[in-house]
Ligand binder design. Structure first.
Ligand code: CA
Length: 582
């Protein structure tokens, strides 16, 4: 009898361990399960909307810190992470490829993983990481030496560690992985080094590759270890051999639309930046110079890695307008299934979810100079005299004609994710008003070296602000309100059923705005600049909000005159967690 009880206890324990594992259903329903955050974007559609409403317009004034956690060390660089919460533990990634497990009740560290990074990594835009993903008994995140690591949720022990690509050739990894049907789906970083953008899917248990999909035409995909299909048609839109080092880094990861069973990944700038070398500045001969599928959004079949559709935001790209920004699935007020994306190039696009077809586009930043608009097919109407000139035609040394272009190459919006509110039907888009002097120079490809062929200086457009959080009605394109900020905005946005829009500023303020008016209802000074992504969840009947604080990212490194304007900001590395005072 005694032995039987013991056996029963053991099997119950085994059962409870099995139940602790995160399932596809947990991942698929992350946007509605308020006790957890296990996906990037608070749901794979990346809406970043929480149905929680205990913290709302009336109560947010009494939001106070519950605990704060220091990431420690000397490695206080940009903290762009989105925390995850599961089964009593918060997981956060930090600069220099670190991952922390924290007791979510107390803020006490449980374990920490430090990736051993080799000498010679080539991160373009600070040593940041944007978050992890949870599935089964593991947590997954990518490292700056272009590897993907699976760690045990409870212990932090390494389950597997796989190479995505060769860091010596300029590849790195910074995005949060996306998990669909037991596949870990990742992109790659390194678009400034003439790498080739790719999407990879791996078996979550083993880390073995299931399929690969390079995103530049002419390259061959794989499925189950065999060649599958070529991406696009060789030399249809690329001249000569330029496709071989064509860029298109998929560096911001992707989203998943369950309704159409489609992965959506954005692709970065074609390489090099000098568009004349890619035939982009030449009179159009067919579509050579469009450089597919760089600066595009791709709909991909998660089972096979085949491209279902593409939409190129900036064909003939010549300003570093990466097409990587997140694509958010939503349903418009008339019940149409749509995608929305706010591009680096300054236009806010609505696409049809079934086939990626263009629906509408409106400018979301001021004084866009490179195009006068978007035509009925979704193609930019270029101002060709705002394309940086061809250096081979230069009369003054090697430098092509310089232009002042708006927006700057850091974009009308960069990586920092917007949010959609199911309450208002509006998008909340973190944008920046800035331009750049940009010119082209001769360049040849060399493995592991910057492959730009351009020079640039970013400049503010206005004296009193650069950052601008905008509420955009996706149906009309109307900007409902704007919240201006002195420094450029670089943090993620979150909306809630409580009628709040949360984001942070480089000046260190974590803020809650009224989703209908943009009025600032609450703020808290976190001590360093916020470039992280807020989350909210529920524990023991109380709603919590968390965000990382730690200034850094691309602006201080690449921001030109803007970097000088914000060079007083302090670095840091904290996770702040808030709840309502009782
Ligand atoms: Ca780029």
């Amino acid at each position: 009898m005694k032995r039987f009880i013991l056996a029963a206890t053991v099997s119950l324990m085994a059962l409870s361990t099995a139940q602790a594992a995160v399932t596809e259903a947990d991942v698929a329903n992350d946007q509605t399960i308020t006790s957890q955050v296990v996906t990037n974007g608070m749901g794979r559609n990346l809406q970043r909307f929480s149905p929680l409403d205990a913290i709302n317009k009336d109560t947010v004034g009494s939001l106070v810190p519950a605990w704060a956690f220091s990431m420690g060390g000397e490695k206080q660089r940009g903290q762009e992470t989105q925390p995850l919460v599961y089964d009593g533990i918060m997981y956060v990634t930090g600069s220099y490829s670190r991952l922390y497990a924290i007791d979510v009740k107390t803020g006490k560290e449980i374990w920490q993983y430090d990736a051993r990074l080799p000498e010679g990594i080539l991160p373009c835009c600070d040593v940041i990481n944007r978050g992890a993903a949870i599935y089964g008994d593991n947590i997954y995140f990518g490292t700056l030496d272009a590897r993907l690591v699976a760690l045990n949720l409870k212990t932090g022990d390494v389950v597997w560690n796989k190479k995505i690509a060769d860091y010596r050739a300029g590849y790195s990894y910074t995005a949060a992985p996306l998990i669909v049907n037991g596949l870990i789906v990742t992109g790659n970083s390194g678009g400034e080094f003439g790498i080739v953008g790719e999407v990879q899917a791996r078996n979550a248990e083993t880390g073995d590759l299931v399929w690969t999909r390079p995103v530049i035409e002419g390259h061959m995909g794989t499925l189950n270890g065999e060649e599958s299909t070529m991406t696009g048609t060789l030399n249809a839109t690329w001249p000569g051999d330029m496709w071989k080092t064509g860029g298109g880094a998929t560096w911001l990861g992707g989203s998943y639309d369950a309704d159409t069973d489609t992965l959506v990944f954005g692709t970065g700038n074609p390489a090099p930046w000098n568009s004349h070398l890619r035939n982009a500045g030449a009179p159009t001969e067919g579509n050579v110079g469009d450089n597919l599928y760089a600066a595009s959004r791709l709909g991909i079949d998660p089972a096979t890695g085949e491209i279902k559709w593409h939409f190129q935001t900036t064909p003939r790209e010549g300003w570093d307008f990466d097409g990587v920004n997140e694509v958010v699935a939503f349903t418009d007020r008339e019940g149409n299934d749509r995608f929305a994306t706010a591009d680096r190039n300054g236009f806010f696009y609505v696409l049809n979810r079934a086939d990626g077809k263009f629906v509408s586009a409106v400018p979301f930043v001021k004084d866009i100079s490179w195009a006068s608009g978007i035509d009925e097919n979704g193609r930019p109407i270029y101002n060709e005299d705002n394309r940086p000139g061809d250096p081979s035609a230069a009369t003054d040394g090697d430098k092509g004609e310089m232009v002042f272009a708006i927006p700057s190459f850091l974009g009308g919006k960069n990586w920092m994710p917007m949010a959609y509110s199911q309450r208002t039907g509006n998008f909340y888009v973190p944008s920046n008003e800035w331009g750049m002097d940009i010119w082209n120079e001769p360049v040849t490809y060399r493995e592991g070296a910057a492959y730009l062929g351009s020079g640039f200086t970013i400049k503010p457009l206005f004296e009193d602000y650069i950052g601008s959080l905008k509420a955009i009605d996706p149906d009309s394109g109307e900007i409902k309100w704007e919240y201006k900020n002195d420094a450029p905005l670089w943090a993620g946005v979150m909306t809630t059923a409580g009628g709040l829009v949360f984001t942070g500023t480089p000046e260190g303020e974590f803020i809650a705005l009224d989703d209908e008016t943009g009025e600032k209802l609450w703020s808290f000074q976190t001590g360093s600049g916020i470039v992280g992504q807020p989350i909210t969840w529920e524990m023991d009947g109380e709603q919590y909000v968390s965000v990382a604080s730690g200034w850094g990212g691309a602006v201080p490194l690449w921001g030109g005159e803007v970097a000088n304007r914000v060079n007083y900001l302090n670095q840091g590395g904290m996770i702040w967690t808030f709840k309502l005072a009782k």
